[in-house]
Design a protein around this ligand. Structure first.
Ligand code: HEC
Length: 124
């Protein structure tokens, strides 16, 4: 009886996940993979960067729109060079930003595909 109850509880929990929550989970999972493939070399998996070569990004206050552009276009400044990512599509970038918010921003809001496309207008 206890097992049946537990199973029913577990099922109702899964069934209660809203479409939005499932989408968020997909973004975070995909975003983690994209982050590992495209960003972790420099900023490391934990986002803490590499000595004074690459900055920690866990506390970066860069707005999501600007981050989308930075990922796409890269940046060269006195403090270092971040390469552009011309091959990343808006959906990849949306997922990376959503992953970063989740991981370091304590922010469970999706940065959507549409928002990313708007942010990249004229850049993409
Ligand atoms: C080759 C190394 C390298 C890679 C790969 C790289 N970055 Fe960077 N990143 C840098 C450097 C260097 C800076 C500092 C640039 C500056 O000071 O202008 C930086 C800065 C940043 C910042 C801080 C921006 C701010 O203004 O606070 C964020 C956030 C960031 N990168 C995210 C990413 C993401 C996401 C990826 C993957 C898509 C990525 N980086 C890939 C080297 C890298």
């Amino acid at each position: 009886m206890k097992h049946i109850l537990l199973a029913a509880l577990a099922f109702s929990f899964i069934a209660c996940q809203s479409k939005e929550e499932i989408l968020h989970e997909q973004y975070v999972i995909e975003g983690r993979v994209q982050y590992e493939n495209n960003c972790a070399n420099c900023h490391q998996s934990n986002g803490l960067g590499l000595r004074n070569l690459y900055p920690a990004i866990t506390k970066s206050k860069i707005p999501a729109n600007d981050l989308a552009k930075l990922i796409k276009q890269g940046r060269k400044s006195a403090s270092g060079y971040m390469p552009a990512n011309p091959k990343l599509h808006a959906i990849d970038i949306a997922e990376i930003i959503t992953f970063m918010r989740h991981e370091w921003g304590n922010n469970e809001q999706i940065f959507s595909f549409d928002s990313t496309r708007i942010a990249l207008k004229g850049v993409d």
